[in-house]
Design a protein around this ligand. Structure first.
Ligand code: ADP
Ligand code: MG
Length: 281
């Protein structure tokens, strides 16, 4: 099997399952009612152990979460609580030690590393704390990269350029496309990274402390960009340690010691949790 075939196989995910009732007629697909369409990702008893024996670190200890299409979820928790470990597994950068991770209807916790990479390229847009831009490429080139490296998409340079332009416009950088990363502010660089994350039209955007390196005003600029994407229908899961950042999300999951201790739809309750009076811990 060639890499490309393996890739296509790995990606035959049930994005739009056709359902047929017992009489043989197709049922209408209502994303609100069909869990397979509504639910984008689900984990069951997800566990991650780093190392072995005496030095083993149990970074995740049975995490169950469900993220529906179109949700904007913040993941909070103290340093070392397993936030990055969770994001790396959700982003198909790493595999769990045990437990299930179902993305778009397929258990990806069972995939080989190569297949996982395929899923990652197609389905995940990742934004890191450090922008991870290539310094010698202008903003446009950085955003085009995922399209050109994507083996089986066969996209022409012209098409890739067009898509990258649209992505940069959507984060408000239409007038900065030809600039190198070091000619851009921190906030602008992070917006280039967001454009790069969404240029492939991923199923989900994952952001691990996307404002961690930025001042308050610039953080607001980044959050405005993410909120706009959310309003346009993107599903976003974002790690942050800052309450004012988590408040942009419509749901907050709180981790302590590798376990979910709180999962709330409104950020307001989290303030109480921090003050020690929250009921969920
Ligand atoms: P957070 O992002 O919430 O700060 P992490 O997911 O980075 O937490 O880490 C969770 C725990 O796992 C910590 O105790 C950390 O030291 C440990 N850990 C993370 N990555 C590794 C690794 N590659 N090897 C060993 N231990 C790790
Ligand atoms: Mg972290």
């Amino acid at each position: 099997m060639t890499e490309m075939e393996a890739c296509s196989r790995a990606l035959e995910l049930k994005t739009v399952p056709s359902r047929v009732d017992s009489g043989g007629t197709s049922l209408p697909l209502d994303p609100g009612a069909d869990p397979e369409l509504r639910d984008l990702l689900r984990t069951e008893q997800l566990a991650k152990v780093y190392g072995m024996g005496d030095v083993a670190v149990r970074a995740l200890r049975g995490v169950d979460i469900l993220v529906r299409r179109g949700e904007f979820v913040a993941v909070m928790g103290p340093s070392g609580s397993g936030k990055s470990t969770l994001m790396n597994i959700l982003g198909c950068l790493d595999r769990p030690t045990s437990g299930a991770y179902v993305l778009d209807g397929e258990d990806v916790s069972l995939l080989s590393k190569d297949h996982l990479a395929c899923v990652r390229n197609k389905k995940i847009g990742f934004v890191f704390q450090a922008y991870n831009l290539l310094p010698r490429l202008p903003a446009l080139g950085n955003v085009m990269l995922p399209l050109l490296y994507d083996g089986d998409r066969k996209m022409s340079d012209a098409m890739a350029r067009e898509r990258a332009v649209v992505a940069l416009e959507s984060v408000g950088l239409a007038d900065r496309m030809a600039h190198l990363p070091n000619e851009l502010s921190g906030g602008q660089q992070q917006r280039v990274a967001i454009a790069r994350a969404l240029v492939n039209d991923p199923s989900i955007i994952l952001a691990d402390e996307p404002t961690g390196n930025l001042d308050t005003r610039t953080s607001a600029e980044i959050m405005a960009a993410l909120q706009k994407l959310h309003e346009e229908g993107a599903t976003i899961v974002m790690v942050t340690h800052a309450l004012e950042i988590a408040e942009y999300a419509d749901r907050v999951i709180y981790l302590i010691d590798g376990r979910v201790v709180s999962d709330q739809v409104h950020a307001s309750g989290i303030v109480e949790l921090h003050n020690g009076s929250g009921g969920a811990v």
